[in-house]
Design a protein around this ligand. Structure first.
Ligand code: SAM
Length: 277
């Protein structure tokens, strides 16, 4: 049974030393191994922290610059996080720069617990739309796709096979907070094929040798949209699992579209009738 007691409020600490152990541990979250072992990740910016708090995403710490500590929005976010057990670390600019590895760092950061959704959540939902990405390698693409999935009101993203870490700082940055609003699932190929078998609508794969124009498909049923890897596209087993293999017509001399751009083009077509100004 879940523990119904409210968490103990977190501590408020002021840290100016780069050698502080807590700061070292947060900096280490830039490394995949550390994220794997701790189950934590870092997100930058007050908007991102606020988005996470709105979704009641598990939060370990809020880190903010000393000079923004009296801003009402920062104080509200810190108070909410602290009441949920997160520590509040008030730090110097030098510490902020070290954590975010930038000269002009965001003044507010969050340390969050990683959270993936269960396979059982892969159901059409309100929008009827999920996106599956086969072995994506580029964190910026994955973050941008998560943001676009959120923007069109689709349900979530399935990362199929060995994929880039969606909790890396680059991926999280590119989501602009949408990471907290869409479901994220990991599946190996066999698990994905099982999910595909239970999908109650159509599975639409995108392929450079697809024979159907992407604008010709009837998207009036639940759609599971399947996108290929940046270098090698969709593998044969996954392409064979699709009801439709579509292509986005191109002019000019580019071989293909960037994965995130192609996903955006597809999602806005799939959701065209549902979206209105
Ligand atoms: N060399 C790869 C290939 O042969 O498939 C290019 C992959 S492309 C950069 C990454 C993914 O974006 C593709 O697997 C596909 O899902 C999608 N994509 C890009 N351009 C597309 C197009 N014109 N039509 C359909 N899908 C496209």
């Amino acid at each position: 049974m879940a523990d119904a007691r409210p968490p103990r409020p977190g501590q408020v600490l002021t840290i100016t030393s780069l050698a502080n152990d807590r700061i070292k541990a947060i900096r280490a979250l830039a490394m995949p191994k550390e994220r794997r072992e701790t189950g934590l990740f870092l997100g930058e910016g007050l908007k991102l922290v606020t988005d996470a708090l709105e979704e009641r995403w598990p939060i370990d710490a809020v880190v903010h610059g000393l000079e923004v500590g009296d801003q009402p929005a920062v104080q509200r976010a810190a108070a909410t996080a602290r009441a949920r057990g997160a520590d509040i670390l008030q730090v110097s600019n030098a510490v902020l720069e070290k954590i975010s590895r930038r000269e002009n760092p965001q003044m507010v950061l969050g340390v969050f617990r990683q959270r993936l959704a269960d396979h059982a959540t892969v159901v059409p939902g309100e929008s009827g739309v999920w996106v599956a990405l086969e072995t994506p390698r580029d964190p910026g693409n994955v973050g941008t796709i998560i943001r676009t999935v959120d923007a069109v009101g689709a349900e979530g993203v399935i990362l199929v096979g060995p994929s880039v870490d969606p909790f890396s700082i680059e991926a999280v940055r590119a989501t602009m907070g949408s990471l907290f609003h869409v479901k994220l699932v990991r599946a190996n190929e066999a698990e994905f094929l099982a999910l595909r078998a239970g999908w109650p609508g159509i599975v639409v794969g995108t392929h450079l040798s697809g024979t159907e124009d992407y604008r010709g498909v009837d998207y009036g049923r639940p759609v599971l949209l399947l996108m290929g890897n940046e270098q090698s596209g969709l593998t044969a087993p996954l392409a064979a699992a699709c009801d439709h293999l579509v292509r986005i017509p191109q002019a000019g001399r580019a071989d293909s579209l960037n994965l995130a751009v192609a996903t955006g083009v597809m999602l806005f077509e799939v959701r065209r009738k549902a979206l209105a100004l």
